[in-house]
Design a protein around this ligand. Structure first.
Ligand SMILES: Cc1cc2nc3c(=O)[nH]c(=O)nc-3n(C[C@H](O)[C@H](O)[C@H](O)COP(=O)(O)O)c2cc1C
Length: 211
């Protein structure tokens, strides 16, 4: 099948787009308002976008509490969710009134971060402490705002639960991270396989140095 997104003529009961771009890692974001209110919410339009320096991004559909709080205090924490935390992730995705602390609602224990003000989720196997870089108002092909805002942050501190470090490496499968698929589906990573990057079989000529 093929469909044009402008027409959305896929003929399916639900738009399959989010079931195609899978699995999406979940940034489970803690933020704090200027008044000190704490917020926790999952964002699956989330990813790492740079290793050196480490940078992450997430996209907010509208101006939700997370983005408002980050605009106010310029910091956030990406907690990582695993299979054991799946129900809590779902609970914190509920649209609650501004100022309601989803951490408390979901029965999660906060732990102070080292370098930023928003706390991390104690039970999360990893957390990235981030400072705001920029917020991009995404425009569509007609130049109109899509009411989607992409937040970029630089990671300034990294927490890892030592239980998941084995032989000097982070044991991803043991962490059992969860990720978002389409519809109401999630995926869990409980198995990984190694594949070495192939070496060049022959020498290619070096490209001419740019003038
Ligand atoms: C697994 C999961 C992933 C989500 N991903 C996003 C996302 O990428 N962008 C978004 O705007 N909302 C996303 N949502 C919905 C928000 O989490 C929800 O609107 C939440 O109430 C926002 O909280 P806030 O207003 O406290 O920031 C997601 C929800 C769930 C459960």
């Amino acid at each position: 099948m093929f469909y044009e997104t402008a027409k959305n003529d896929h003929g399916l009961p639900r738009d399959p787009f989010k079931a195609i771009v899978v699995p999406r890692p979940i940034g489970w974001l803690t933020s704090i308002s200027a008044k000190g209110e704490i917020n926790l919410a999952p964002y699956s339009f989330f990813n790492a976008v740079s290793e050196e320096p480490p940078m992450v991004m997430f996209s907010s559909g509208g101006r939700k509490d997370t983005i408002s709080f980050i605009e106010e205090t310029k910091e956030f924490v990406c907690n990582f969710a695993n299979f054991a935390l799946r129900e809590a992730v779902s609970k914190t995705g509920m649209e609650l009134p501004r100022g309601v602390n989803e951490m408390i609602e979901a029965g999660l224990e906060p732990v102070p971060s080292r370098l930023v003000r928003p706390p991390r989720v104690a039970a999360s196997p990893c957390a990235l402490e981030c400072r705001l870089l920029q917020i991009v108002d995404l425009r569509d092909l007609d130049g109109a705002t899509s009411q989607r805002y992409v937040v970029f942050g630089q990671v300034v501190g990294v927490y890892i639960d030592d239980r998941f470090i084995k032989d000097g490496r982070l044991d991803t499968a043991a962490m059992q991270p969860i990720a978002r698929c389409g519809y109401n589906d999630y995926a869990v990573v409980d198995k990984v396989f190694p594949m070495a990057r192939p070496r060049l079989a022959r020498n290619f000529p070096k490209p001419e140095a740019a003038e």
